[in-house]
Design a protein around this ligand. Sequence first.
Ligand code: 13P
Length: 245
Amino acid sequence: MAQKSPRPLVAGNWKMNGTTAALKEARLLAGMLKDVRLKCEVMLCPPATLISAVRTVVKGARIRLGGQDCHWNANGAHTGDISAEMLKDAGCSAVIVGHSERRTDHGETDEIVRRKAEAAHAAGLIAIVCIGETLEQRKSGQTLAVISRQLKGSVPAGSTAANTVIAYEPVWAIGTGLTPTTAEVGEVHQSIRRETDPLMRILYGGSVKPANAAELMAVANVNGALVGGASLKAADFIGIIKAYA
Ligand code: 13P
């Protein structure tokens, strides 16, 4: 029997962007998706304050919802934090953990990221675990070693293709307009594949745009995209989704 390949996922990470005015973009996207024969899953990860409202405006559209972070505990005295269970209750099916911005801004280590992924699994959410090298690490030839170390440290043992997605996001490509060559992307994705389930989705993230989405999608073991800036405008995000449709 032929090996099934993972169903691609295109997820939009709005980061700390968006007030109620941004609901217009979610509504537009829902409308645009009506005319697309989708071969990928589509997800929006708005800021926590907008999850419920986005859920309402995209109702009936093929758009899943994700959180951008969760605490490693299910509840308790953690002012300002959000649990995986709360995200699930708000309508999310996934949560991003270990984004490089959280690793940098909040000092999150691989161990913290792994505990967050475990909390996501316990709540019935897909953990989208982010990994990626800095420019210094790439320049000094450490990329594959860094990726391997982050994978081992951040992805819980026993993770499955059903409850975990890996997102490879080179830190230097995030929000910079720079992207690795397709050969560089292919090399890293192949090395991640060697350490993961054949059906686990491995997303590429970092300056994905409508103009480069198709060539990135064509790289072996790239099973979708995690999109930042270009997910904020429905017209751009649909251009990326169509490359995967
Ligand atoms: P950009 O698409 O803005 O580079 O951001 C990528 C990212 O960090 C998605 O999580």
